[in-house]
Design a protein around this ligand. Structure first.
Ligand code: NAD
Length: 363
């Protein structure tokens, strides 16, 4: 089986779907790996490293024309046109917001698997790219906050006096939020966190943060996710958490509901009640933002408060983001092709769950 790794074409995307170490593993397993020249360059993986790993360095057409194509971002319409009928594509596809790409893949008779649909069951943990990339976003959000904050994070006792530690509030304690808590604690901040799923309370405590107890009903959905909350619930949450937002130096928001716009947790009035110099890093910017004033992809200052709405933070740490992503992709590919040849078993929960289009179902 031939595996192709095209260069990512989306502006600002620096990750690559397969790093040389993962390519070596696939080659050892009997697969042929074709990597487009320069595909790993932005993540600091040279063509020479891929060749050392036993991969071939090729052009875009060869990489896209392989039996299995590995990508990070959904393919462009042009890319889809260059995929072979009957090929397998593994990528982030976000089918709920990319109906055109899904339709084009079906028309092209491609069997496409989306990493964001891999069920979050223990057996599929090695394929959980949502988690590997969310962990990076959580870590980076804290570094961005520390960089913008005109204060130290840790408590300092110096000859020139004592410096109080920064107070960090994390809203949403899923994968990204927990990593943001851990990173803030390592930098010495005093951290509190809130999530609508009380199940995360113990994890928050184990990282040395306080879990905010609000008199609100739990909003536990299925599969470990939150369910969508009513406008009345969100209004009460905003009221109850307003004083904690105002008391914080840094607020990191990660609240999300799969497939839905991000819940609005910080209205403009709450931003204005924060001390000038405070920082909000809104990890939900891509789905509209948890803060009313967030501008996706931008950083702004409102009444002295920095609001950072950068998207695709994993791409800003492309080496490790690609390394972890590649392990997830290689694990899913090995699942779909256990003996080095594709054997798609749609009675399997992972294969069926991650599948977006099947060559047999093409329109
Ligand atoms: P996510 O990105 O969908 O959401 C982030 C967090 O926002 C969630 O914890 C959610 O409860 C929270 N949230 C939603 N609305 C909120 C609100 N109004 N206020 C505060 N918080 C709000 O979720 P995620 O980080 O991808 O994962 C969530 C959970 O999924 C994990 O904590 C875990 O339980 C489960 N999970 C399981 C596995 C596995 O078993 N392999 C892997 C990863 C995650």
């Amino acid at each position: 089986m031939k595996v192709g790794v095209p260069k990512e074409s989306l502006a600002g995307e620096r990750r690559v779907a397969l790093v040389p170490e993962a390519a070596r593993g696939l080659v050892k397993g009997g697969l042929e790996v074709a990597v487009e020249a320069g595909a790993g360059a932005a993540a600091f993986f040279s063509d020479a490293l891929y060749m050392d790993a036993g991969a071939k360095v090729t052009d875009a057409a060869t990489a896209l024309g392989s039996d299995a194509v590995l990508k990070v971002q959904p393919p462009t319409p042009d890319d889809v046109g260059r995929l072979r009928a009957g090929a397998v594509l593994i990528s982030f596809l976000q089918p709920a917001t990319n109906a055109d790409v899904v339709a084009a893949l079906a028309k092209q008779k491609v069997s496409a698997f989306s990493l964001d649909l891999v069920p979050r069951i223990s057996r599929a943990q090695s394929m959980d790219a949502l988690s590997s990339q969310a962990g990076i976003a959580g870590y980076k959000s804290v570094l961005l906050a520390a960089n913008h904050l005109p204060k130290f994070f840790p408590l300092l006792m110096t000859a020139a006096g004592t410096v109080a530690p920064a107070r960090v509030l994390v809203m949403g304690a899923g994968v990204a939020g927990l990593q943001a808590i851990a990173t803030s604690r390592r930098l010495g901040a005093v951290v509190e966190a809130y999530d609508v799923r009380p199940a995360v309370k113990d994890e928050v405590h184990s990282l040395g943060a306080t879990f905010l107890e609000l008199p609100l009903e739990a909003q536990e959905g299925t599969g470990g996710y939150a369910r969508e909350q009513s406008e009345d619930f969100l209004r009460r949450q905003r009221e109850l958490i307003g004083d904690r937002v105002a008391a914080s130096d840094v607020v990191i928001t990660t609240a999300a509901i799969p497939g839905r716009p991000a819940p609005k947790l910080i209205p403009a009035a709450a931003v204005r009640a924060m001390r000038p110099g405070s920082v909000i890093v809104d990890l939900a910017a891509e789905t509209g933002g948890n803060c009313e004033l967030t501008r996706p992809g931008e950083e702004i200052v409102e009444c002295g408060v920095s609001i950072v709405g950068f998207t695709n933070l994993p791409s800003t740490m492309p080496t490790h983001a690609s390394q972890l992503y590649a392990r997830n992709v290689a694990a899913l590919l090995t699942h779909l092709a256990p003996e080095g040849e594709l054997k798609l078993d749609f009675t399997d929960e992972i294969t069926a769950g991650a599948c977006v289009t099947r060559k047999e179902q093409a329109a």
